[in-house]
Design a protein around this ligand. Structure first.
Ligand SMILES: NC(=O)c1ccc[n+]([C@@H]2O[C@H](COP(=O)([O-])OP(=O)(O)OC[C@H]3O[C@@H](n4cnc5c(N)ncnc54)[C@H](OP(=O)(O)O)[C@@H]3O)[C@@H](O)[C@H]2O)c1
Length: 240
C-alpha cells in the first residue's frame, strides 16, 4: 500500500492569475466546457478534497454531474461519486451544506480538537466520518495516510490557495492542472491558487510542463508535474 494517494491539484484561474474576486464569493471561472473536464477528472479519482474556507464559503457539491460518468464508475464496481474530503480547523457545517446533502457519496472531515464534541457528534449522525487531530492544525501527512488506508489511491484537490500551499510546501502534490480562462478580474487582494507566506526566487517551486491545450472556449489548459528536487530547498526554507 502507498503511504499517500497520488495527488492532482486542479485550479481555474483568470488570465491575471486570480481564482476569485476580491469579495471571495466563489465566482465561476471555469467555462461549461471546463466544468465537463473537471467532471471527468473527478470521475477518475477516488476522492476529492477541499480546504475549510472553500467548503464553507463556496458550498461545493463535489459530485459528478454526468450520469454517463457515474454509470461508468458503477460498471467498474466503483461508487457513483468519489469520497468527499474536507480539511477544516473548526468543523461547523450547516446540516444543509451541499458537502453533506449531495450524493450519494462517502464524506470525510479531518478536523482538530478545536471542533466541539457536539459538532463532531452531529456530523457523525449526518453520516460524515470525522477524524480529529489534537492541536492547531490537521496533520496532512497522517490525513493522507489515513485516506490511503481507506483505499484512496488517487486524490483530486480542488483548492483553495491555503490548502494548496500547505500541500505543495510539504512535497505532497504530484501534478497540477491549471485552466486559464480568458478573463481578467484584477484586485490586489483577490486570491491566487497558492496562498501562504510566499517564497523568494531562489526557493521557487519548480514545475515540469506536460501539456498545453488551447480550448474551444478561448481558455488554455496547462498540465505540470511537480519537480521533486525543487522541494528540497523549499522544505529547508520553511524549516520543515
Ligand atoms: N478557482 C478555483 O479553482 C478555486 C477553487 C477553490 C477555491 N477557490 C477560491 O479560493 C478562496 C478560498 O481559498 P482560501 O485559501 O481562503 O481557503 P481554503 O484553502 O479553501 O481553506 C483554508 C482553510 O482551511 C483550513 N485548513 C487548511 N489546511 C488546514 C490544516 N492543515 N489543518 C486545519 N485546517 C486547515 C483552515 O481553516 P481555518 O482558517 O478555519 O483555520 C484554512 O484557513 C475562495 O475565494 C474560493 O472561491 C477557487
Amino acid at each position: 500500500m502507498k503511504d499517500r494517494p497520488t495527488i492532482i491539484l486542479n485550479v481555474a484561474m483568470t488570465a491575471d492569475g486570480k481564482t476569485d474576486t476580491i469579495t471571495r464569493e466563489g465566482v465561476m471561472i471555469s467555462s461549461d466546457l471546463d466544468m465537463e473536464r473537471v467532471d471527468r477528472l473527478r470521475a477518475q479519482n477516488d476522492a476529492v478534497m477541499v480546504g475549510g474556507h472553500t467548503l464553507i464559503e463556496n458550498d461545493p457539491r463535489l459530485t459528478i454531474k454526468s450520469p454517463e460518468l457515474r454509470a461508468n464508475r458503477r460498471n467498474q464496481k466503483q461508487e457513483d461519486n468519489p469520497i468527499k474530503v474536507g480539511i477544516i480547523t473548526n468543523a461547523v457545517l450547516p446540516p444543509d451544506s451541499r458537502f453533506i446533502t449531495f450524493g450519494p457519496a462517502q464524506k470525510i472531515i479531518f478536523t482538530t480538537s478545536q471542533t466541539k464534541v457536539t459538532d463532531i457528534e452531529r456530523l457523525r449522525q449526518l453520516g460524515v466520518k470525522v477524524f480529529i487531530t489534537e492541536g492547531r492544525q490537521v496533520d496532512l501527512h497522517s490525513a493522507l495516510h489515513q485516506l490511503s488506508q481507506l483505499g484512496v489511491d488517487n486524490l483530486l484537490v480542488e483548492g483553495g490557495g491555503t490548502l494548496n500551499e500547505e500541500l505543495l510546501k510539504r512535497n505532497l502534490v504530484d501534478e497540477i492542472n491549471i485552466y486559464i480562462a480568458p478573463l481578467i478580474l484584477g484586485g490586489a487582494s483577490a486570491p491566487t491558487f497558492v496562498g501562504g507566506a510566499g517564497l523568494d526566487r531562489n526557493n521557487a517551486l519548480r514545475l515540469n510542463l506536460i501539456s498545453i491545450d488551447k480550448q474551444d472556449d478561448g481558455g488554455v489548459l496547462l498540465r505540470y508535474l511537480v519537480a521533486k528536487s525543487a522541494h528540497e530547498s523549499i522544505n529547508k526554507n520553511l524549516g520543515e
